[in-house]
Design a binder for this molecule. Structure first.
Ligand SMILES: C[C@@]1(CC(=O)O)c2cc3[nH]c(cc4nc(cc5[nH]c(cc(n2)[C@H]1CCC(=O)O)[C@@](C)(CC(=O)O)[C@@H]5CCC(=O)O)C(CC(=O)O)=C4CCC(=O)O)c(CCC(=O)O)c3CC(=O)O
Ligand SMILES: NC(=O)C1=CN([C@@H]2O[C@H](COP(=O)(O)OP(=O)(O)OC[C@H]3O[C@@H](n4cnc5c(N)ncnc54)[C@H](O)[C@@H]3O)[C@@H](O)[C@H]2O)C=CC1
Length: 215
C-alpha cells in the first residue's frame, strides 16, 4: 500500500450505489470539494437531500458500461458483485482510481479512517484486514489529538514561514527543526499551553539566528 493525499477539489467523481456505505463515501468526497455524480436506482434520505440541494448530481438508474469513462475517481458501493466486477474491469482498463467497497481485491485504493484537526490529518489503514480496528484506533487517537493539535499546527506553520528567512539553507532548516521541536515543547501543547509552546520555539529560532550572526 502506497499512501498518498489526493487533492479532489473540482475533480469529477462517480459513486455507484445509494445506500449507507455510498452515503459515507459521498460525504467525504463532497467535503474535499469533489464534483460528485451518483448513479443508483434509489438513494438514502440524506443523499436525496444532497441531490435536491444540487450538492451532487443523481442519475436514477443502474450502472451501464461506459458510465465510468469521464470520471477521475470511481467508488463502487452497490450490493451487486456482478456490477463490481464489470466496473472494476472497465475502470482498470482506463487507468482510473477505483474503490470497490465490498471487494478489496478489486480496489486500487482503499479509504482509511481519519482523525482531522485543521490541516493535521492522521489516517489509519489495516490494508483491508479489519476496518473495525481502524475505526477503534481512530476513536482512540481522536481523544488525544483534539483541537489543540490543529491550533498548534497553524502556529507551527507560521513559525516555519518566519524561519525561512532566518534559516537560509535546507540543511539549516532541518538541523533547527530537529533540535527545536522537542518533547518539552510538545508537553506544553498537550497541556493546552499553545502560546507558551510557540514562545519557546520563537526563542529558539531567535537564539539560532543570534548564534549564526556571531559565527
Ligand atoms: C477495504 C475497505 C474498502 C473501502 O471501503 O475503502 C473496506 C472494506 C470492507 N468494510 C467492511 C465492513 C466494515 N467497514 C467498517 C468501517 C469502515 N470501513 C472503512 C474502510 C474500508 N472498508 C477499506 C479498508 C480499511 C482498512 O484498511 O482498515 C473505513 C475505515 C473508512 C470508510 O469507509 O470511510 C470505515 C471506518 C471509518 C471510521 O469510523 O473511522 C466497519 C465498522 C463499522 O461500520 O462500524 C465494518 C463492519 C465490520 C466488518 O465487517 O469488519 C466490509 C464487509 C462488508 C460486509 O460484510 O457486508 C468490507 C469488504 C470486505 O472486507 O470484504
Ligand atoms: N467498505 C465498507 O466500508 C463497507 C462495505 N460494505 C459493503 O458495501 C455494499 C453496500 O452496502 P450498503 O450501502 O449497506 O447497501 P445497500 O443495500 O443499502 O445499498 C446498495 C445500493 O446499491 C444500489 N444498486 C444496486 N444495484 C445497482 C446497480 N446495478 N447500479 C447502481 N446502483 C445499484 C441500490 O439502489 C442501493 O442504493 C455491500 O456489498 C456491503 O457488504 C458494508 C459495510 C462497510
Amino acid at each position: 500500500m502506497y499512501p498518498i493525499n489526493l487533492d479532489l477539489n473540482g475533480q469529477s467523481c462517480l459513486v455507484l450505489g445509494g445506500g449507507a456505505v455510498a452515503e459515507r463515501k459521498v460525504c467525504r468526497l463532497l467535503a474535499e470539494g469533489a464534483a460528485v455524480t451518483v448513479i443508483a436506482p434509489s438513494l438514502t434520505r440524506p443523499l436525496q437531500e444532497l441531490a435536491e440541494s444540487h450538492h451532487l448530481t443523481w442519475q436514477p438508474r443502474t450502472y451501464q458500461a461506459g458510465d465510468e469513462s469521464t470520471f477521475f475517481l470511481i467508488i463502487c458501493a452497490t450490493d451487486n458483485e456482478a456490477v463490481s466486477h464489470a466496473v472494476a474491469a472497465a475502470a482498470k482498463a482506463q487507468g482510473k482510481l477505483l474503490n470497490v467497497c465490498d471487494v478489496p481485491d478489486l480496489c486500487n485504493f482503499t479509504l482509511p479512517s481519519i482523525v482531522r484537526q485543521g490541516d493535521l490529518q492522521l489516517t489509519i489503514s489495516t490494508n483491508g484486514k479489519a476496518p473495525a480496528l481502524s475505526r477503534w484506533l481512530r476513536k482512540q487517537l481522536e481523544q488525544h489529538f483534539d483541537e489543540r493539535y490543529g491550533r498548534w499546527l497553524a502556529e507551527l506553520a507560521a513559525i516555519r514561514r518566519q524561519g525561512q528567512s532566518v534559516l537560509p539553507t535546507s540543511r539549516d532548516r532541518q538541523a533547527f527543526w530537529r533540535q527545536a521541536l522537542t518533547d518539552d515543547v510538545m508537553a506544553l501543547v498537550d497541556n493546552n499551553e499553545i502560546d507558551a509552546a510557540s514562545a519557546l520555539l520563537r526563542d529558539r529560532l531567535a537564539a539560532w539566528e543570534r548564534k549564526n550572526h556571531e559565527t
